[in-house]
Design a protein around this ligand. Structure first.
Ligand code: SF4
Length: 412
């Protein structure tokens, strides 16, 4: 609700920087009462010029935004969530935390206090500033760093604060963090990394025992797999058979299979090893189109029905308009499986007419059911369409077994 308040008051969008652990957390969401002035916000009554980014208006809006920076700085400095605890003894070392970095620091704080006392009985914990807001609270940072020579920044994700501070603080202050290598720049931050950055000894854990560590490292890997009976498995079997024929005929470099985000991304793993790229939602068709346009003879884009509806359509339109010789394979499991079996935004039975409506020649839109006993038949059709020197779309259709299981359970 505070974000809404700030946004309404200052007429700016407020963005949340969502980092690793927050993005992977679950919690009860408590809706708040929408403040009266937000309820009353009415676009029709608002100053419409604020919503039009025509060049002359955009320039004025930008000037207003620059004028507001001082206000934002004051807001950040006095924000109650940015907490500064100054140490009584004037240490030349201080700590800045952000997000979960604070929790990881606090997890180690007892050991850290003991460690400092062992170094010198009068030694207290260093000054600590916890930062929640951007722009950074410069006044509080100045207060923190008055007598400081070394500053440790503990933050999750990208070193956003560390980078900014390097440009803001005097050079005589050494900034430690992810850029300096005192905390790892890759992977997830955890209390043990923070411990190391605080010069504390490694914590004894069950895996510190070499025998137990060996047991855990010797365990066989269990990569994720498609569910048993998943329709994508049969689709990949057909595709692999077709691809091996095409590679035999035209050489490995003349066949490419671009894929996308969804359960079917598991086709990258054994036993299928069927796809060669997974980049972002909708990229498969655009990348297949690019490959075809630079001369790859058989370019396949493999995309799920939901991903196609989310952001694949535009790439198919582009491929049609440029008459690109490529084959789009839409794996239609009739559900958004990977995120928990939500309904797709367009029902499965409308996909064929949608694709034809986008300009794909109707005779090159093939709707096939995908089952173990259809693998050979579907392979032949894939081979036929791969030879077509335009855009073909093959819909391989069968409902996700997990979705069926959920539906059957609900019926009982
Ligand atoms: S959830 Fe559905 S689509 Fe995903 S792997 Fe399982 S059966 Fe296949």
């Amino acid at each position: 609700s505070e974000a809404f308040e700030i946004s309404e008051k200052n007429k700016v969008p407020v963005m949340m920087r969502v980092v690793t652990r927050l993005a992977h957390s679950r919690a009860v969401v408590r809706p708040f009462d929408v403040p009266l002035h937000v309820k009353q916000a009415n676009l029709l009554k608002a100053n419409k010029l604020e919503w039009m980014l025509l060049p002359a208006l955009a320039r004025k809006n930008y000037e207003k935004m620059i004028e507001k920076q001082e206000l934002f700085q004051k807001w950040s400095n006095s924000n109650k969530w940015n907490t500064l605890q100054m140490s009584k003894n004037k240490s030349d070392f201080a700590i800045i935390t952000s997000g979960l970095g604070k929790n990881y620091y606090l997890e180690n704080i007892k050991d850290y206090a003991e460690y400092l006392k062992a170094l010198s009985p009068s030694q207290e914990l260093p000054s600590h500033l916890h930062i929640v807001t951007l722009p950074l609270p410069l006044g509080k940072i100045q207060e923190l760093t008055q007598n400081v020579q070394t500053l440790l920044i503990i933050e999750e994700g990208m070193p956003v604060i560390e980078k900014q501070l390097k440009g803001l603080l005097p050079q005589k202050i050494t900034v430690l963090g992810k850029l300096s290598g005192h905390l790892p720049r890759t992977g997830e931050l955890n209390p043990d990394f923070v411990r190391k950055a605080l010069s504390l000894e490694e914590r004894k854990s069950i895996t510190s025992n070499p025998d137990i560590a060996k047991l855990t490292t010797d365990l066989p890997g269990r990569p994720p797999q498609l569910c048993r009976g998943c329709p994508h498995a049969d689709s990949y079997s057909s595709l692999n058979k077709a691809v091996s024929v095409l590679k035999e005929k035209a050489g490995d470099d003349n066949v490419v299979i671009m894929s996308d985000i969804g359960c079917y991304a598991l086709g990258a793993l054994s036993p299928y090893n069927a796809i060669e790229s997974i980049v972002c939602m909708g990229a498969s068709l655009g990348m297949a189109r690019g490959a075809a346009q630079v001369g790859v003879k058989y370019a396949f884009g493999v995309i799920g029905d939901s991903t196609f509806l989310h952001s694949g359509i535009q790439n198919l339109v582009d491929a049609v308009s440029t008459k690109t010789p490529m084959t789009a394979i839409i794996l239609d499991n009739s559900i958004v499986a990977m995120t928990g079996c939500q309904e797709t935004i367009v029902p499965s039975n409308k996909l064929e007419s949608l694709v034809v409506g986008l300009g794909v020649e109707p005779e090159h839109v093939r709707v096939l059911s995908t089952f173990p006993n259809k693998i050979e038949e579907n392979t032949k059709i894939l081979l036929e369409e791969a030879e077509y020197r335009g855009v073909s779309v093959i819909l391989l259709v069968r409902e996700c077994v997990e979705s069926l299981r959920i539906k059957n359970k609900a019926k009982k």
